[in-house]
Write a protein that binds this ligand. Structure first.
Ligand code: NAP
Length: 260
């Protein structure tokens, strides 16, 4: 059943820029009150002011690459005593580089931010949604979650985790009135992509964050489990699924070698 957004409340992580910013704006345009979070307080406050005429917006600055940062967010939300109807897990990092060239600490922070934080937030908010028989969860994954990504090995692995978790949970909660969706963008014009690499790609392969966000919110409303914005991205993912895994990872290895 299509979700009724109006007068619901959403928590959006990673709302200070890019896709998360566009998702927050898209939700506000649908009448959804917002709790927005990320590290950059000034950006959150500016967004809260911008969207504040449409809906209620509460900014909460938190570093979600540590368990204590997630504790801080949940504590601040407890003081608000709001009920979260929509959870959007968008905060994420996409570092480039070979696995052994990144530090142990950076690797742990990436797993915390891209894997453990969304998992914990789902674990925290899903039971209440289920007991009310009402709610939506949108996990921002990536087309990188469908196959190995040499040169961004850990990033691809984190997105594969989130995609798999989303698909499995969608079956576990079927019929409960709650739905969970994986938004899997391809290359999107945001701060987290290398600008030179984006410029080298054909325009048709690079989407704007608001286009990606709209596709995600439509999927969320319909309870669609996997959403890949853009026809070319859909075609690429479908074509890759019919190839042997060794071929896809070797192709990725070549791209990483010539791209570095
Ligand atoms: N752009 C693409 O091509 C693309 C493709 C597929 C998937 N994605 C996914 O889309 C999501 C959003 O990325 P984006 O492309 O929109 O990039 P972005 O503009 O850099 O946004 C990343 C968001 O995550 C937040 N964030 C980063 N580290 C954080 C931390 N330690 N604690 C809390 N928040 C943190 C950032 O806020 P602060 O810096 O203020 O903390 C920002 O709001 C990510 O999950 C990414 O993997 C992007």
């Amino acid at each position: 059943m299509t979700f009724t957004f109006n007068a619901t409340t959403a928590l959006v992580t990673g709302a200070s820029s890019g896709i998360g910013y566009a998702l927050a704006a898209g939700l506000a345009a649908r009448g959804v009150n917002l709790i927005i979070t990320a590290r950059r307080k000034d950006r959150l406050e500016a967004l809260a002011e911008q969207l504040g005429e449409q809906v209620t917006v509460v900014p909460i600055a938190a570093d979600l690459s540590s368990q204590s940062g997630v504790d801080d967010l949940l504590k601040a939300m407890q003081n608000l005593s709001v009920t979260v109807d929509v959870l959007v897990n968008c905060a994420g990092l996409a570092p480039h580089g070979k696995f052994l060239e990144t530090t142990d600490l950076d690797q742990q922070a990436l797993v915390q931010l891209n894997v453990l934080t969304p998992t914990r937030l789902i674990r925290h908010f899903l039971p209440n949604m289920q007991s009310r028989g009402f709610g939506r969860i949108l996990n921002v994954c990536s087309i990188a979650g469908f196959h190995a990504v040499p040169g961004m090995a850990q990033y691809g692995a984190t997105k594969a985790y989130l995609l798999s978790l989303t698909e499995a949970l969608s079956e576990e909660i079927k019929g409960s009135g709650v739905a969970i969706s994986a938004l899997c963008p391809g290359v999107t014009r945001t701060d987290s992509v290398i600008q030179a690499a984006v410029e080298a790609l054909p325009d048709a392969l690079v989407l704007d964050p608001d286009v990606v966000a709209e596709a995600g919110l439509e999927a969320l409303a319909k309870g669609e489990v996997v959403c890949i914005p853009g026809r070319l991205n859909q075609a690429a993912v479908t074509a890759a699924q019919f190839q042997p895994r060794w071929l896809i990872r070797s192709f990725g290895g070549l791209l990483a070698k010539f791209g570095s």
